[in-house]
Design a protein around this ligand. Structure first.
Ligand SMILES: Cc1cc2nc3c(=O)[nH]c(=O)nc-3n(C[C@H](O)[C@H](O)[C@H](O)COP(=O)(O)OP(=O)(O)OC[C@H]3O[C@@H](n4cnc5c(N)ncnc54)[C@H](O)[C@@H]3O)c2cc1C
Length: 475
């Protein structure tokens, strides 16, 4: 049995593990071992559906030390006017280059692909090759970094939560491009961004909207891509932040908050007649929204329980189907929902969300803090866990925690300089746009509302928790 020593063992070489490793070695001489079950780096992107693109601009995705794409704005096509968004193939190629040309050549990082990490607690840990069964025992001098705590579940690799009878045709979204003949119809299963991508791809590929049926157990609040733009368009992003802070500061209650967020364009929904109950940071453009609204056959009867050859049983009813119908599985959960825990604890680091919906930035921040601070209490103060949102109401604590963390970073001269230099920070470069009236009015609105917004969100959150406790109390 081989034995190795290292400072850090990073479990998971997805976006989070790689962004952490990159930031850690940029700020220290630490020795690092990375392990992943998959053959190469990039995590779930290796199994993504072929027509997926990043939902956000490439300009602030990946790792800090290397640009993804060309930092340019698309001039034509469905993303015209916005920063480029990488395809899955581009993302996988990027991560392979990050590993080979940067991490491995640094001499500080070793990579074990096709290997399972077996956690054996204080006794140590082992890496087991999926190809040979060879076991490597790892002695970790500093920390084990759990970069799979929020591991992403995707249709290509998950097991659906419902049964499918022989005779019914269910495919993961990846297999849409492999169809060889026309279907009698397409039933898209899922309410998240993957289902939206599947619907848009079908429509763009010439499938008439009336041939698409969309099983949407929950409707989601969505983010408008126009407000997620960095670099030359960062004034749009800051304007968005200032608008949602103003909405929060002025909100009279939860319902008024969501009305205001929608009125100022910071949350959008598919169907104006249906109040969304989900919020998972899915991002769309107005053009995509218009396209998706062409699908009128939306089934809202809860989750699918069973698909037979002639009917689909859902939690709240059933609908007919047929053998010619292609059922498209988009029901995987995406980023795992897991409770917040201290990021730094004993010999562990658990990578989690801090700033909402920025997993790569958050992981890099934790890497930098680990390399530059000494006490765990201080590291945890700077990196508060912020559980990934799922329900609409989760917008409130998620925004609150992110705002408080932002204030801590700004107050810390060193961290403030690091965030300003970090390419993964979508909001960097504000100072370069102070002559832009859009930026100056956004900053005025933001500074006027930041503290009242956090105070109001804390009040609303306390009211929600109280109402939740009262509802659970036995009568
Ligand atoms: C379609 C889609 C589009 C998205 N678009 C965006 C976007 O635009 N912007 C954005 O910020 N986020 C986006 N996301 C969210 C995305 O999940 C994150 O950006 C990021 O890729 C998650 O990376 P991760 O490292 O946390 O998880 P993963 O990619 O799941 O990586 C975890 C890795 O851990 C490995 N692993 C787990 N357990 C073990 C073990 N015991 N031993 C060895 N290895 C193990 C797994 O094999 C896996 O490779 C998108 C997600 C999806 C599904």
């Amino acid at each position: 049995m081989a034995r190795i020593d290292t400072d850090y063992l990073i479990v998971g070489a997805g976006a989070a593990g790689l962004a952490f490793a990159d930031a850690l070695i940029a700020a220290s001489d630490a020795d690092v071992v990375m392990v992943d079950r998959r053959h190469g780096p990039g995590g779930h992107w290796n199994d993504a559906y072929p027509f997926v693109r990043l939902h956000q601009p490439s300009a602030f995705y990946g790792v800090n030390s290397r640009i993804l794409g060309g930092n340019s704005i698309d001039r034509a096509g469905p993303n015209a006017g916005f920063y480029q968004r990488a395809t899955a193939a581009e993302i996988c190629d990027y991560y392979q280059r990050v590993l080979e040309e940067h991490l491995l050549t640094s001499g500080q990082v070793r990579f074990f692909g096709m290997s399972d990490w077996l956690d054996e607690g204080p006794a140590g840990c082992r890496l087991v090759s999926r190809l040979t069964g060879a076991v490597t025992t790892v002695r970790v001098r500093r920390r084990i970094v759990d970069a799979r705590y929020l591991e992403t579940s995707i249709p290509a690799t998950h097991t659906p939560s419902f049964d499918v009878e022989p005779g019914a045709r269910l495919i993961p979204v990846n297999d849409l491009v492999r169809l060889t003949g026309a279907a009698s119809g397409y039933t898209v299963i899922g309410g998240g961004k993957t289902a939206m991508d599947a619907c848009i791809w079908l429509l763009d590929s010439g499938v008439p909207p009336e041939v698409i049926r969309w099983i949407r157990p929950r409707d989601a609040w969505l983010l408008d891509r126009a407000f997620q733009q960095p670099l030359e368009l960062v004034a749009w992003l800051i304007e968005g932040v200032s608008l949602y802070l103003e909405a929060a500061a002025q909100a009279e209650d939860v319902s008024d908050l969501f009305d205001r967020l929608e009125a100022c364009g910071q949350l959008v929904r598919l169907d104006p007649a249906v109040e969304p109950t989900m919020y998972r940071c899915a991002t769309v453009s107005q053009a995509e929204l218009g396209s998706l609204r062409r699908i009128e056959n939306v089934v809202r009867l809860g989750r699918v329980v069973h698909i037979a050859a002639d009917r689909i049983v859902l939690e709240q009813g059933s609908i007919p189907t047929d053998r010619g119908q292609v059922h498209v599985d988009c029901s995987a959960a995406g980023l795992r929902l897991a409770p917040g825990r201290p990021a730094f604890h004993a010999g562990r680091i658990t990578l989690q969300q801090i700033r909402t919906c920025q997993p790569a930035f958050n992981a890099a921040l934790v890497g930098y803090v680990e390399a530059t601070r000494h006490e765990d209490a201080e590291k945890n103060r700077l990196c508060p866990p912020n559980p990934y949102p799922d329900t609409a109401l989760d917008w409130i604590p998620a925004t609150c925690i992110a705002q408080r963390a932002q204030a801590l970073w700004l107050a810390d001269t060193d961290l403030s300089a690091w965030t300003e230099g970090a390419r993964l920070n979508a909001a960097r470069g504000i100072g370069d746009h102070l002559t832009d009236p859009r930026m100056t009015s956004a900053l005025t609105r933001m500074f006027a509302n930041a503290e009242p917004a956090v105070a109001k969100l804390e009040t609303l959150q306390a009211q929600n928790q109280q109402a939740g406790r009262a509802a659970r109390r036995p009568s």
